[in-house]
Design a protein around this ligand. Structure first.
Ligand code: CIR
Length: 255
């Protein structure tokens, strides 16, 4: 969770057409822009450089940049999204990553995989199979990241949950914030797990970014629990991204 850089993309007015599992109302662009600005400012507060890309109106979900790539120390791996309307976002991200990394490789398929299903810890890369990420996608990632010495472990995202990281985040060297429903599969054996408070499952999609934990506002019991454990927690308005099943991790690539 120590990063010198992040890449984000501003939401555009096409955000109202973003994918969602359930209709929770139309996202309000002004409010989303304000929340996005405070997200970017909070990342910058830690001393990191944040590269903000311009909106891409042709891709309503392109604010959720995390799904387009996996950024590791040795290089970046371009994803192959399982959502058809999002496939073109990868080519839009590629030039930025090629300018920052010596090595950029790509998932060629036929499998699919999205960054939201990937949790990198200090000892391994956990990849949750989901409606967006299939076995072939995990296998190809395993081959690509394996060349750089990473161990990839396939796990499973619960039914009805968009991405693996919708339900968990790495908040300390060996500590994971998780919902009970995800951890119940046993996927975090060997890690210390902090559970989201009951009814606050949506707080799990947080990020540890240098000294800060960024989490969605509106989950007071989980925020209090993290603060009591010594974390420096920042709560960011996530009301509009939540309408599109997005959260803190989705909004940036961090490396
Ligand atoms: C989608 O369904 O693809 C977007 N509306 C939300 C993507 C959220 N991304 C993430 O969790 N990494």
């Amino acid at each position: 969770y120590e990063f010198t850089r992040a890449v984000t993309r501003k939401p555009g007015s096409s955000i109202i057409d973003g994918l969602r599992a359930e209709d929770l109302g139309t996202p309000d662009l002004e409010r989303m822009l304000a929340a996005h600005a405070s997200y970017v400012a909070t990342l910058r507060e830690t001393g990191a450089e944040v590269i903000e890309l311009p909106p891409l109106e042709a891709f309503p979900d392109s604010v959720f940049v995390e799904d387009t790539a996996l950024c590791l120390h040795e290089g970046a791996i371009l994803m192959r999204p399982g959502a058809e309307s999002r496939a073109g976002e990868v080519a839009e991200m590629a030039p930025t990553l090629r300018a920052l990394y010596d090595e950029v490789v790509a998932i060629e398929g036929p499998g699919t995989i999205e960054g939201g299903d990937i949790l990198t810890t200090s000892r391994e890369i956990l990849v949750g199979r989901s409606a967006r990420t299939d076995a072939a996608g995990v296998a190809e990632l395993s081959r690509l990241a394996g060349r750089w010495g990473y161990a990839v472990r396939e796990v499973f995202t619960p039914e009805g949950v968009l991405h693996f990281k919708t339900d968990c985040s790495l908040i300390g060297p060996n500590t994971i914030l998780s919902t009970r429903r995800l951890a119940a599969s046993g996927c975090f054996e060997g890690y210390d797990v902090v559970f989201t408070a009951d009814g606050e499952e949506a707080a799990a999609n947080a990020i540890r970014f240098n000294r800060l934990v960024l989490m969605a506002a509106g989950f007071p019991a989980t925020a209090a629990k993290l603060r009591a454990a010594g974390y420096d927690v920042r709560e960011i308005d996530n009301s509009e991204c939540a309408k599109l099943d997005g959260g803190m991790s989705c909004l940036s690539l961090r490396f």
